[in-house]
Design a protein around this ligand. Sequence first.
Ligand code: ACO
Length: 151
Amino acid sequence: MKIIKLQHHEIPPYDLLLLADPSYELVEAYITDGECYVYKENEDIIGVFVIVPLSEVTVEITNIAVRGDRQRQGIGKKLLQEAIKVAKSSGYEWIEIGTGNSSIGQLALYQKCGFRISDVIKDFFIQHYDKIIMENGIQCIDMIRLRLEIQ
Ligand code: ACO
């Protein structure tokens, strides 16, 4: 499975990026600050992740998404493993990721890949998003932060 870095002249896959984060403004901000990687089949983008440095030793996966019709086929796990590999080869010691309290599948995926819960940012989604977000019948209110030591 070939995952490649999106070049500066290429248009980021906003449809996928907005699946993971409904805020266009936040997506714009972190694709400007970070690096966007895509998984393509022929010319179609099937998956994406974005990594943004937080410090000299820590990098964050700010976005990870797989096209709706290709979810639950192992692609998200492969993208996450590739993000870890990229961060490791760039010399980072820690990789972080944040998701909503209601994102049950995402929390399962991240922990299956070795991430441990490190923090909870209370009310994050109420303070930063205009609309109420519901998933799995649960309101998305708090951000669960997870991290993995990679060196
Ligand atoms: N419900 C329960 N468990 C799930 C779910 C789900 N909906 N999705 C993934 N998992 C868990 C399972 O444990 C799964 O293992 P299994 O298939 O053996 O049961 C494991 O994750 C690996 O699943 P993959 O098939 O590799 O995951 P997928 O290719 O579907 O990608 C992703 C996961 C990226 C979360 C995808 O579902 C997606 O794009 N969702 C919409 C966007 C999104 O929410 N992105 C994350 C937001 S947070 C952030 O971006 C930092």
